[in-house]
Ligand binder design. Sequence first.
Ligand SMILES: [Zn+2]
Length: 280
Amino acid sequence: MSWFIRKEKGIITPTEMKREAPDGLWYQCPNCKKIMHTREHKLNAYTCVHCNYHEKIGSEAYFGLLFDNNQFTELDADMISADPLTFTDTKTYPDRVRSTIKKTGLKDAVRTAYGKMNEVDITIACMDFGFIGGSMGSVVGEKIARAIDHSLQTKTPFLMISRSGGARMMEAGFSLMQMAKTSAKLALLSEAQIPYISLLTDPTTGGVTASFAMLGDFNIAEPEALIGFAGPRVIRETIGKDLPKGFQSAEFVLEHGFLDFIVDRKDLKDKVSSLLQMLQ
Ligand SMILES: [Zn+2]
């Protein structure tokens, strides 16, 4: 006979009666499943203290990590997308943009800003994957182009942090034009001998990889980031062959000569700063 007999069957506790830790207090690593305090996780640059998994973060977190005292001036903060093709999928494109703005608090998939990093002036553009998969539409291209203009005018180095699924299908050809536009602007930056560092984070794919993300004076990446043009499934189906192990990981891409180095996010600020010092 067991020492405890449940008298009532099917006890149901309403959600509001359940006692749990307040939301957002703990972070569970999706890789090793271990749990840590969100504050500890944040202090560790949003990487797992157990397995070093780099959580996918957006512009707000990167600006906080990189700009001294989280102080920066944002450029073109209110630019939002038009609907050049009157595109509709499951909903109209303007509806999708509106609901994404409401959901994420962002205006589009990139934010650009300037400020100081380790006391040196820098312009940073950072993509947000939460905004329609970090897709590159006209606003993304235009904001990056203008951020590069700002770098040119103020002669400050430019850091691009990419995280994107590629072009934005709702803007079709207009998206693809952003590849040429941003690349042309980067050529001007190169002519003016202003350093451009491109950081590829998980994932960086499609038209973003095929344009500004791979055009850095230094192309660097976070550990284990997926970097590629087409996704592995599409390639496998196209060539009808299995892909090598670790294909399209930052480590694989580094080994094949497409990256300069992989940087742990905890070292990002100092590494980029010392790199810029060397380039001066
Ligand atoms: Zn972990």
